[in-house]
Design a protein around this ligand. Structure first.
Ligand code: UT7
Length: 333
């Protein structure tokens, strides 16, 4: 019996209209365009404005974009996974709401939280279900409204993050395309360096926690940077080595967009040239769970059937890993 592989058969995206520029951030905190650009590569990011709009708003739009572009019938979807660190509500799953809103009436849904590695881990989930033969269509959405958890008085974090959503459909493939290999890691040491202190079960919300701004992201940037550089590079290199790939075999590096310097360090270690590195950090910043699918949507037209893609991500927890995937389709224009 031939092995079922799990391929991405369609992608979609949504970013909010509002553009938060480095210039505008200069009016909130002591920073400047030169510092932000040279240290991170970010020029602007998108922000979701509008009362009552949460992560699901963007996830639904990204899913609808995918469904419309690919002509997929939502009723055929078996499972909707929303990878997110900013669910609409505690307890009530965002994915379930998204599934209902897009008309995925026969699907079940759940959220997956692994900080900036959420989408990467989600790819593993989606692919495993497909490879098992149990399900045929899995919609994986990476979406985050980071502006809801960022303190715009903290220059260490507010310059980095933005809002957005991307979606990918996973289906069985009979040509051996799709996910080939994965190497996923985690280390609990990370929660001292990147976290939101209050609002969870350790420190439920009180007036004091709100006044102390403990519901916003705290990051010890330098430490996270060091772990991110070495770990993302390590796992990407390992992915090549254990699949007998050289840089010549790789068409694209699809790396989490946290900092241009981290992405470049990973590319250098793997040995791929800049033209093979997907990059959109300059226009969206770090959208956490949405960076990888936003890259796929932005570069979809350039991807060719059979292309070898190396994914890499690193995030809070710590969580990180790499996936080797063969692209499964040419874009029909
Ligand atoms: O996606 C999840 C994982 N997250 C990451 O991968 C993020 C990893 N970390 C980073 O990307 C970087 O550490 C940052 C972009 C957050 C910071 O860059 P850095 O090069 O590590 O800067 P730093 O924190 O070491 O700060 C260098 C200097 C300091 O001044 P002194 O002490 O040298 O005088 C900071 O106070 O830059 C100062 N600084 C700023 N200056 C202008 C820190 N933030 C800013 C700012 N504007 N926004």
């Amino acid at each position: 019996m031939t092995k079922i592989t799990a391929a991405i058969s369609a992608v979609g995206k949504y970013v909010p209209d509002y553009i938060l520029t480095n210039k505008e951030l200069e009016s909130y905190v002591d920073t400047n365009d030169e510092w932000i650009t040279s240290r991170t590569g970010i020029k602007e990011r998108r922000i979701l404005k509008g009362e009552g709009l949460g992560t699901s708003f963007m996830a639904i739009k990204a899913a609808e974009d995918l469904l419309q572009k690919s002509g997929t019938n939502a009723a055929e979807i078996d499972l909707v996974i929303v990878a997110t660190a900013t669910p609409d509500l505690p307890v009530a799953s965002t994915a379930v709401y998204v599934a209902t809103k897009i008309g995925a009436i026969n699907a079940f849904g759940y959220d997956l939280q692994a900080a900036c590695s959420s989408f990467l881990y989600g790819m593993s989930n989606a692919a495993s279900y497909i490879e098992s033969g149990r399900y045929k269509k899995i919609l994986l959405i990476g979406a985050d409204k980071m502006s809801s958890i960022i303190n715009y008085e903290d220059r260490a974090t507010c310059i980095i993050f933005g809002d957005g959503a991307g979606a990918a459909l996973f289906e069985p493939n009979n040509e051996g395309l799709g996910l080939q290999d994965e190497y996923l890691r985690s280390d609990g040491i990370g929660r001292d360096f990147l976290r939101i202190e209050a609002g969870g079960s350790i420190m439920p919300p009180t007036l004091e926690t709100v006044n102390a701004k403990k519901h916003f992201v705290y990051q010890e940037g330098k430490t996270v940077f060091k772990y991110a550089v070495s770990n993302m590079a390590d796992v990407s290199e390992k992915m090549l080595t254990r699949n007998n790939l050289t840089e010549k075999d790789i068409q694209w590096l699809v790396a989490h967009q946290a900092n241009k310097r981290i992405i470049q360090a990973t590319a250098n270690r793997v040995g791929v040239s800049a033209d093979k590195v997907m990059m959109n950090i300059h226009k969206y910043g770090n959208t956490t769970s949405a960076t990888l699918p936003l890259l796929l949507a932005d570069y979809e037209d350039q991807l060719k059937k059979g292309d070898n893609l190396i994914f890499a991500a690193f995030g809070g927890g710590f969580t990180w890993g790499s996936i080797y995937l063969k692209w499964a389709y040419n874009t029909k224009n």
